[in-house]
Write a protein that binds this ligand. Structure first.
Ligand code: PLP
Length: 374
């Protein structure tokens, strides 16, 4: 199998599995228990919190709260803020957010919030003047992703954070799910108040994520119960997953192969553009404004679901835009927002490379693509 769908999910790193294993067998205490096994679990959870804080450049490990996934982190950040600040019901977000933000904001608009949807241009970039002009006295929260899951386009969140601070009292939430493990993050020196991450996107296990909550920001709990996570997220901690997330963060901190991944992605992309008529990249190709691993390519006149199936038959895993609508043949809202013509958008395939890809994966994919498009 050749796996080029790392934005959908990633392989659990062997080191992560090894770290988790004892917590799935012998080490099963409840971190809230006062006895020795309970205390050992508590230590494991707190060590993982330090590892997450270190990868994100948080000032303090207490700013990290474990959740069950990126979607929960996104929902909690935005929903929790609005619960805490019911009078500040103006939200600003973009048209290209993941469903966990986009559909939540659509729902919030239905129940009385006012949502400003920022547009993007053909390259997938935001107009920062539009953001500046949208900020109001009653703007409660701005939610803008760091890296787009479909195109890999990066938004300038440091500049965005400064604009928000200078022009409003709004809280700034960033969906960092696709960026973590792929580019450096430094929350300490940013204007970001809330930052969502998800373990399975960077070689950790599924079923665990975290929300960074800047010290001093009040957020009511998303799950009410036994008061775990300092009362911010109840439910007995999923210790094996949390340990796995921590180890994945440590591995990401140590990883030095990003340029190698980018070289493979660039080779794949350049060869496709050179050899397949009317193939086009969706989103910017500026390396400073795109993830190093992602390439979203339109094959004009072809149908992406069929291409995905044909590649799958050859043992190659790719995706049509976002994994959530891989079955449907409607244009993804992200490509629609970029005004990609329908004939191109319906033939758009996302290649997302990862740590375990090798040159032969790219060469075989290029051969397979030349057969499919011949
Ligand atoms: N945000 C972005 C940008 C994503 O790409 C995803 C997953 O694809 C999510 C949020 C949701 O993460 P999870 O699958 O952990 O709920």
């Amino acid at each position: 199998m050749i796996y080029l769908d790392n934005n959908a999910t990633t392989q659990v790193a062997p080191e992560v599995f090894e770290a988790m294993q004892p917590y799935l067998t012998n080490l099963y205490g409840n971190p809230s228990s006062a006895h020795a096994p309970g205390r050992e679990m508590r230590r494991a959870v707190e060590a993982a919190r330090e590892q997450v804080a270190s990868l994100l450049g948080a000032r303090n490990a207490s700013e990290i709260v474990f959740t069950s996934c990126g979607s929960e982190s996104d929902n909690w950040a935005i929903g929790g803020f609005l619960e805490q600040n019911p009078a500040r019901r103006h939200i600003i977000t973009t048209r290209v957010e993941h469903e966990a933000v986009r559909k939540l904001c659509e729902h919030l608009a239905e129940i009385g919030c006012e949502v400003t949807w920022l547009d993007v241009d053909e390259q997938g970039s935001l107009d920062l003047d539009e953001l500046r002009n949208s900020l109001r006295r009653d703007t409660g929260i701005v939610s803008i992703m760091l890296a787009n899951n479909e195109t890999g386009v990066l938004f300038p969140i440091n500049e965005i954070g400064r604009i928000i601070r200078e022009n409003s009292d709004a809280v700034f939430h960033v969906d960092g799910v696709q960026a973590v493990g792929k580019i450096p993050i430094n929350l300490r020196d940013s204007q970001i108040d809330l930052f969502s991450i998800s373990g399975h996107k960077f070689h950790g296990p599924k079923g665990v994520g975290a929300l960074y909550v800047r010290n001093g920001l009040k957020l009511p709990p998303f799950i009410i119960g036994g008061g775990q996570e300092s009362g911010r997220r109840s439910g007995t901690e999923a210790v094996p997953n949390i340990v796995g997330l921590g180890r994945a963060c440590q591995l990401a901190n140590e990883f030095t192969g990003h340029e190698g991944i980018m070289a493979l992605r660039d080779r794949l992309e350049q060869q496709i553009l050179a050899n397949i008529a009317d193939a086009k990249v969706n989103g910017t190709t500026d390396p400073d404004r795109r993830l190093p691993n992602t390439s979203n390519i339109s094959f004009e006149g072809l149908r992406a679901p069929e291409m995905v199936a044909q590649l799958d038959a050859k043992g190659i895993c790719v995706s049509t835009g976002s994994a959530c609508h891989s079955e449907s043949s409607t244009v993804s809202p992200v490509l629609a927002a970029m005004k990609i013509p329908e004939s191109s958008a319906l033939g758009s395939v996302r290649f997302s490379l990862g740590r375990y890809n090798v040159e032969a994966d790219v060469e075989q994919t290029l051969i397979a693509l030349s057969e499919i498009t011949a």
